[in-house]
Design a protein around this ligand. Structure first.
Ligand SMILES: NC(=O)C1=CN([C@@H]2O[C@H](COP(=O)(O)OP(=O)(O)OC[C@H]3O[C@@H](n4cnc5c(N)ncnc54)[C@H](OP(=O)(O)O)[C@@H]3O)[C@@H](O)[C@H]2O)C=CC1
Ligand SMILES: O=C(O)[C@@H]1CCC=N1
Length: 277
């Protein structure tokens, strides 16, 4: 897939662009980006990554091999209306949108090979955890090309389309949960008397170290947790406070609410397109 056009130029588009450009997956001169109105943003991406801006006649879409849909879910119907007559009929479509079904994309853009994915912002450093599913029009070669592209920004799991809502809740939104934990730990550490820069360093290393332990030892998280927890010690005291504060319930509820919201984003978009047609 030589020529790639990104429709949408926000955080997620940038994370994927940064990832594929840094990993050398594509030639930067073959990557084009467009958005709704923010020209300064397009110039920033052009200057930072050496990619190009889609011209005002959007002609690049006519010869695109891959079109990446990266608008907010609420904007996708308008975006598809604006581009559908221009997109090369052989182009593969790769969506990164939360909640938006393959059927919605098919009804907006017509029959194309479609990959619906859910990456996360760690794509920018090649560490995304991405889920992907396909429509029936995609060939095994096209799948492989998409898997190669997504693998260049992190790990990829092929899942059933319906499971992408849960993947979105888990790993699409997941980096935000970890940052939220880091924020809470830092506030608590400062309150306990540690200087902020020292607290920040200790937290980053603790999160990174624990993630690497999970990956490298392949041990159960519960076993690794038990290894840290001396009977009658500090960890036990801390974990008891988390448990009585409703830690498990909060995490279950977090994933449940995020998954539900992903489903709602999809049905809101379908409702909106039905009411405007
Ligand atoms: N952020 C994240 O962590 C993740 C996001 N996603 C998904 O990625 C998608 C984008 O999210 P994010 O990058 O955060 O959103 P942003 O708001 O940062 O970016 C949205 C982009 O879409 C552009 N846009 C809006 N309407 C159109 C249109 N009609 N034609 C072309 N471009 C248009 C906007 O342009 P302008 O600024 O000019 O209005 C903007 O560049 C969402 O669907 C989200 O669900 C998936 C995984 C993780
Ligand atoms: O919050 C959102 O809706 C998007 C999808 C996953 C991460 N960010």
């Amino acid at each position: 897939m030589e020529k790639i056009v990104f429709v949408g130029a926000g955080s997620m588009a940038e994370a994927v662009i940064a990832g594929i450009c840094k990993q050398g997956t594509v030639k930067t001169e073959n990557v084009f980006v467009m958005n709704r109105a923010d020209e300064a943003r397009l110039e920033f991406l052009q200057n930072t990554y050496g990619i190009s801006i889609v011209s005002s006649d959007k002609n690049e879409l006519r010869s695109a091999d891959l079109v990446v849909l990266a608008t907010k879910p609420k904007d996708i119907n308008t975006a598809m209306e604006q581009i559908s007559s221009l997109v090369n009929k052989h182009a593969v479509i790769l969506s990164v949108l939360a909640g938006i079904s393959i059927a919605t994309i098919e009804s907006g853009l017509g029959k194309h090979p479609i990959a619906r994915s859910m990456p996360n912002t760690s794509a920018a450093i090649g560490k995304s955890a991405t889920g992907v599913s396909w429509n029936s029009s995609i060939s095994s070669e096209e799948k492989q090309e998409i898997l190669n592209l997504l693998s260049s920004i992190g790990i990829v799991a092929e899942v059933e389309e319906d499971d992408l809502h849960a993947v979105t809740a888990l790993s699409g939104s997941g980096p935000a949960y970890v940052y939220y934990l880091a924020e809470a730990l830092e506030t608590a550490a400062i309150r306990a008397g540690i200087e902020q820069p020292i607290a920040r360093d200790l937290i980053i290393q603790t999160i990174e170290g624990a993630a690497c332990m999970l990956r490298q030892t392949q041990e159960e998280p519960s076993l690794l947790r038990e290894n840290v927890t001396s009977p009658g010690g500090t960890t036990e005291a801390g974990l008891q406070a988390l448990t009585s504060g409703g830690f498990h319930e909060a995490v279950f509820s977090c994933i449940q609410h995020a998954e539900k919201r992903s489903r709602e984003l999809g049905s809101d978009t379908v409702k909106e397109s039905t009411s405007s047609s």
